[in-house]
Design a binder for this molecule. Structure first.
Ligand SMILES: Nc1ncnc2c1ncn2[C@@H]1O[C@H](COP(=O)(O)OP(=O)(O)O)[C@@H](O)[C@H]1O
Ligand SMILES: [Mg+2]
Length: 231
């Protein structure tokens, strides 16, 4: 469902040139929860941004559900991103003028709503434990609750892949635990792929896969002695 072939990303030119991703190849199956770990500056966000069509690779191909996303034009990219990808960032980026429910519905409205949209949003908000907060304005809830709204919003279009960049990076340990358990249970319940960049691998417990990024290269696993380069 996700296949990456020989992906490279170079930022800048001449002396300022940075090779943020260096010939990365990997594939991820539907329903997998994959953690991306590695030190700061190793290329984790760059990889996620390429998969999320938020930035263009310098070289290589990314196939999502069989579509080579590196050949899409700008219009196709926006539509593909909204339909096929869900995003959870470190800061939940909710629109504070809107209610919790309206925030969850936003990606669905961009697609043109249908009559199950509101029910789907309510169901998701129930699943993340916010059924009694639906009509609150998004600036009246806590950071942990906002991140739960972000999960519901990320899932509303039934995406192929949910991409999460440090989703617990701004939360206390109790809220982090809730967010992690929610993502894992949603993955199982919906057979939903999650690709999660994190500094806090320990709080995730068992996951399907861990990929380490080091100097722009991807390695299977997180045990330095056993790590195999993915290329
Ligand atoms: N927009 C950008 N312009 C120039 N360099 C960048 C840009 N984004 C990231 N980089 C560089 O690419 C490398 C990888 O960055 P990043 O993917 O953000 O790492 P991580 O998420 O693992 O901390 C770093 O050296 C970073 O400074
Ligand atoms: Mg990062």
């Amino acid at each position: 469902m996700l296949e990456i072939n020989n992906l490279s990303k170079i930022y800048g030119e001449g002396e300022n040139k940075v090779k943020a991703l260096d010939n990365v190849s990997l594939s991820i199956e539907q329903g997998e929860v994959v953690l991306i770990v590695g030190s700061s500056g190793s290329g984790k966000s760059t990889l996620l941004n390429m998969i999320g069509l938020l930035d263009q690779p310098t070289n290589g191909k990314i196939f999502i559900d069989g579509t080579n996303t590196t050949t899409l034009d700008d219009n196709e990219i926006s539509s593909f991103r909204n339909k096929k990808l869900g995003f959870i960032f470190q800061f939940s980026n909710l629109l504070t003028d809107l209610s919790v429910l309206e925030n969850v519905l936003l990606p669905r409205e961009i697609e043109g709503t249908n009559n199950t949209a509101e029910k789907d949003a309510r169901d998701l908000l129930k699943t993340v434990g916010l059924e009694d907060q639906m009509y609150k304005r998004a600036n009246k809830i806590s950071g942990g609750q906002a991140q739960r709204v972000a999960i519901a919003r990320g899932l509303i279009n039934k995406p192929s892949i949910v991409l999460a960049d440090e989703p617990t990076g701004n939360l206390d340990s109790v809220s982090s635990e809730t967010i992690v358990q929610l993502m894992k249970s949603m993955a199982k319940k919906l057979n939903q792929t999650f690709i999660i960049v994190t500094h806090e691998k320990e709080i995730f417990g068992d996951v399907d896969r861990v990929i380490t990024i080091k100097d722009g290269k991807a390695f299977e696993g997180d045990q330095p002695s056993k790590m195999e380069v993915l290329a």
